[in-house]
Design a protein around this ligand. Sequence first.
Ligand code: CA
Ligand code: CA
Ligand code: CA
Length: 576
Amino acid sequence: MVGVPTPVATPVATPVETPVATHVATQLLSAMYGSLSSPNFPEPYPRHSALRWNISVAPGYRLRLYFSHFHLEPSYLCQYDYVQVEADGEVLALFCGLDQTDTEDVPSLKIISSPRNSLSVFFCSDFSDEERYTGFLAHYSAEDVDECSERSDEELVCDHFCHNFIGGYYCSCRYGYLLHSDNRTCTVECSDGVFRERSGVLSSVDFPSPYPKSSDCSYRIEVAPGFRLRLQFDPRFDVEDHPEVLCPYDHVKVLAGSSEFGPFCGDRAPPEIQTDSNVVTVFFHSDNSGENAGWSLQYTSIGSKCPALETPPNAMLNPVQSEYSFKDHVLFTCSPGYRLLKDGETLDHYQLDCQSDGSWSSSPPLCYSKRPDSFVLYIYYFHCSNLSTCICLYSMCVCAPACGRPARSLPPQVKRIVGGRGAEPGLFPWQVLLSVEDLSRVPEDRWFGSGALLSQSWVLTAAHVLRSQRRDTSVVPVAPEHVKVFLGLLDAGDKRLATNRSVQEIVLHPNFQPDNYNNDIALLRLEQPLDFTEFIRPVCLPPPHSPVRHNNNYIYSQFYLYWAKPVRTIIILLSL
Ligand SMILES: [Ca+2]
Ligand SMILES: [Ca+2]
Ligand SMILES: [Ca+2]
């Protein structure tokens, strides 16, 4: 073994060719000790001799050889007679003659040690002898190799503890480790357990002490759906690497959904990893060598954010936060004097949950006055984008172009109420022309009215426009099929370029009084929804609770619509 103190300093010897035409008698020796000698010993050895002893014992031993007698014909560089000791194809010693010279060696008291468990001795005599030479007598014995005190290459024989015994050795590991199947390295069981807390720390085993070898660890982090995991490595990062090849020995890998990060190795911590997943697996592989400190990381999870909530009129929400994320709840209650309405039911309170996908579990409820003639459906607006507005009717919300915005800005001389002045296209994109035509009556009923577009399907108009003409004061709407709606129209005399729609449903205010025009308000539902264009856009409803001038007093308006579930009718009330 390399580095073993050998009891003999073997001179550099040139392997000697076996004499030509001489038969080599080979003897195999496998006993743990024994002796060998030149032919006829102690009598002079014969000429033309060639003998080989191959000594081989069990692994875990090495062989020691020493000569108790040595008497061979001397010759320059041992060209005549000699003894050569070999092991593993290497010449360990070449001996000849009677005494040590500058060019020849004799065994004297030297002990030759084999590197491993075999040794070969070769004796050769040439065709002549000047004198009588008595040859040699040598002895060998097997001795244990202390593997624990010797190193193979740079590595210790055993990763943790080494136990030498005669003929072998074995390794054991510190508590908590397992001996790898290589019987040398100590590995760990590191793949069980799931991290379920919303944040935590995980690291290589024993961090920052060197991590175990020959290990494949996987760490699973699993938080509730709706959370996204973020990993931040400790700057003390040390995973065995290679200057040219990417992480061939040890590496960290992160798997998050379908995304993979890494492999990471070296002495620089990977950058922060923001995943889109609530389940992350960190894999760590180590090979059977090296001493590196390892890695540690902190993980955190962030819930999906829900859009900002606007408090509906007369409602209170709790808790009020600047932002809400997954698992947050908001409780709605109504101010005194108001009832909470949700999905057609009257409730004391209503809870919205911020869901895993970043949406609210429902639209906010409504609070309406306990007065019996109060509104039923409330159209409210909240921010959708810079260019559009979200309009919710009951719990159905759509993003629509922002209401009340002309396609072009109004010229300064034009007032909101235009007195006989021609308007440009797009200045009043919510303006609707209603054409009522009942040919079944005698005389035929035919008239025009105007309305304001509220949404893709709803038009606000006056009840007297859609009331069937009667002699009495009864209020009956005209048949929807007798009404035609024109939109994006500039000139009432030329409807060719206008968009038109049939009517599906007409709703007159139930308290419309034709004699004095009280509650002169009606709604009309289009058969097919509209696509908003430059010339077709909705008007704004008065925001709830905005001051409205009425009889020279400012009062608050409430303008609500409700899609009442069981009867599918729309009731509108403008309470002033
Ligand atoms: Ca000789
Ligand atoms: Ca041993
Ligand atoms: Ca390694």
